[in-house]
Design a protein around this ligand. Structure first.
Ligand code: PGA
Length: 238
């Protein structure tokens, strides 16, 4: 299976910079089927019009369903109609900076599923839970409370909180162990398990050696066009 490569741009890039990046990507990469870019939401519609070959994700959707008087919110249906077939839900930064708990994550995922937006669901544990060896319990509890039962295909990104933006990546043994554990929780075939957190040009081959890992979620690396392209080339040579 070709790995899924997701670039989460977070709150970076102007419209011009985003467009330039996507146009170059569309020009330089023949097969963009497995590439998903998550730009700032206001740009999605224009980027999709100009760069139809690329898949786009929203970095968020509202936990509220339908339409309504909710100033500043945007629903899952709106990102779908703007051209995003995916949405990143439950990212650690949203949990930490915007106090999003499992029930909010649950509603957002449900809203995505109802609007045919495929959720990229981030799960992970704190360093404290990892060092106290209770991370499997916290992960199990969080997954149970935040992911609705569904027959739709979902993407689950394991992103240990202590790995995001830190340069720290779990060891091979730790990755094998946690992905075997996640495979035990999620039904095979309908869930794609991917890894995120400090993925770079030096560690990508080791990460993708683990057979349960079928894609990666990138933060910083996806902001540099040359590095992003180099990573795509490295992956296609693996
Ligand atoms: P990073 O971010 O690659 O910069 O560690 C990953 C993420 O935020 O998903």
């Amino acid at each position: 299976m070709n790995p899924l490569i997701i670039g989460n741009w977070k709150m970076n890039f102007s419209l011009d910079e985003s467009l330039e990046f996507c146009l170059k990507l569309q020009r330089d990469v023949e097969n963009t089927k497995n590439i998903i870019i998550a730009p700032q939401a206001p740009y999605i519609s224009l980027l999709k019009k100009e760069c139809g070959k690329i898949n786009f994700a929203s970095q968020n959707v509202s936990s509220l369903a339908g339409d309504g008087s909710y100033t500043g919110e945007y629903n899952a249906a709106s990102v779908k109609s703007a051209g995003a077939d995916y949405a990143i839900i439950g990212h650690y930064e949203r949990r930490k900076l915007f106090s999003e708990g499992d029930s909010v994550v649950y509603s957002k995922i449900q809203n995505c599923l109802d609007s045919k937006v495929r959720p990229i669901i981030c799960v992970g544990e704190s360093l404290e839970d990892r060092t106290k060896d209770r991370y499997k319990e916290t992960l199990t509890e969080s997954i149970k409370n935040s992911i609705p039962k569904t027959d739709e295909e979902i993407i689950v990104a394991y992103e240990p909180f202590w790995s995001i933006g830190t340069g720290l990546v779990p060891s091979r043994n730790e990755l094998e162990d946690i992905f075997a554990f996640l495979e035990g929780i999620f039904p095979k075939g309908r869930t794609r398990l991917i890894y995120g957190g400090s993925v770079d040009l030096k560690n990508i081959d080791k990460i993708l050696e683990i057979k349960e890992i079928t894609g990666i979620l990138l933060g910083r690396l996806s902001l540099n066009y040359r590095n992003f392209l180099e990573l795509l080339n490295l992956i296609s040579d693996l």
